[in-house]
Design a protein around this ligand. Structure first.
Ligand code: FMN
Length: 290
């Protein structure tokens, strides 16, 4: 029987969106239906949705400090109570260190509302913070994501259970990391400065998922609600937005995975069985079929 899948996602800088689009294509290819909705549009009351329209619900997000970004929790608060609604999670992170954190906190919130979280996967994508990956590795992670997403689609359509192991340590660690992130990111937002090449196009105002950026005359101003997603920095057409104290966190020359994906000269063959050094942690993830 044909299934209808509803996918709700947040993506700061486009990686999760790429994963979600791969998922969408694969679900359509399988002869099923999919509706994809951005969480930020729901929270801005721009989109109506009814979970009862879907046989399966997917929630997709990037890992921020070993946890889901706050906006995902805001969305979960907004979800109605349901009865045993099959639900899956795809989280994406720049590294599989500690599985990108615990999903226990999110899982408990979903289960309390009647969502049956039966399948969870971590898909690795290039990091958009602190360390810029070589383009060849970024492409290889994207090519691997295609395979991982195909596996997820097979599993979710067949109701296969895949649950992440969340030890007490991992859940505690996630809670602590999130606490510090919660304190740090508003400060990060206040640290953002706009350079003189800003043309007051107000794209950053429209783009901010939190509604944290406003224009005062021709000047761009930042509030206290930043969640550090980095979209305003990397999507500014003139590269005008930069942190001053936290400048070590962002890439000087920007971040744009889509251009790497479209560049046919980048083959995506970075990790091999002989890879040594800091990126060898990706070997198992890339070559393991699971
Ligand atoms: C504020 C912030 C915190 C992050 N924390 C982690 C982390 O704890 N672990 C990790 O592997 N990647 C971390 N990342 C990297 C992102 O999860 C990763 O690059 C992701 O693919 C970005 O997805 P997006 O483009 O959809 O926002 C972090 C990124 C940001 C902006």
């Amino acid at each position: 029987m044909q299934k209808t899948v509803g996918v709700f996602y947040f993506s700061g800088t486009g990686n999760t969106e790429i994963v979600v689009n791969l998922l969408g294509n694969e679900i359509l290819k399988s002869g099923n239906k999919i509706e994809i909705i951005r969480i930020e549009d729901i929270l801005k009351d721009n989109v109506y949705f009814d979970v009862n329209n879907y046989d399966l619900i997917g929630i997709c997000y990037p890992i921020h400090a070993f946890n889901a970004p706050g906006i995902v929790y805001d969305f979960i608060k907004k979800l109605p109570r349901v009865k045993d609604k099959y639900t899956f999670i795809i989280k994406n992170a720049g590294s599989n260190f500690l599985q990108g954190g615990s999903t226990k906190i999110i899982k408990n919130k979903l289960i309390a509302k009647g969502f049956d979280l039966f399948n969870e996967s971590l898909v690795l994508m290039p990091s958009n913070i602190f360390t810029k990956y070589p383009d060849e590795l970024s492409k290889q992670l994207y090519l691997t994501a295609i395979k991982k997403v195909n596996r997820v689609v097979r599993e979710i359509l067949n109701g296969k259970m895949r649950r992440q192991k969340n030890s007490v340590f991992l859940t505690l660690f996630t809670g602590v990391a999130s606490f510090f992130e919660g304190v740090g990111v508003p400060l990060f937002g206040r640290d953002l400065k706009v350079s003189s090449n800003c043309v007051s196009c107000s794209k950053c105002v429209k783009n901010c998922p939190r509604g944290n950026i406003r224009m005062e005359g021709l000047k761009v101003k930042f509030g206290w609600k930043c969640m550090g997603c980095l979209r305003c920095i990397y999507r500014c057409p003139n590269g005008s937005i930069k942190p001053t104290i936290f400048k070590f966190a962002v890439f000087k020359d920007g971040y744009n995975l889509q251009s790497i994906i479209e560049n046919s000269e980048i083959k995506g063959e970075y990790i091999t069985p002989g890879t040594k050094g800091k990126y060898k942690e990706f070997y198992n993830y890339i070559f393991n079929e699971d």
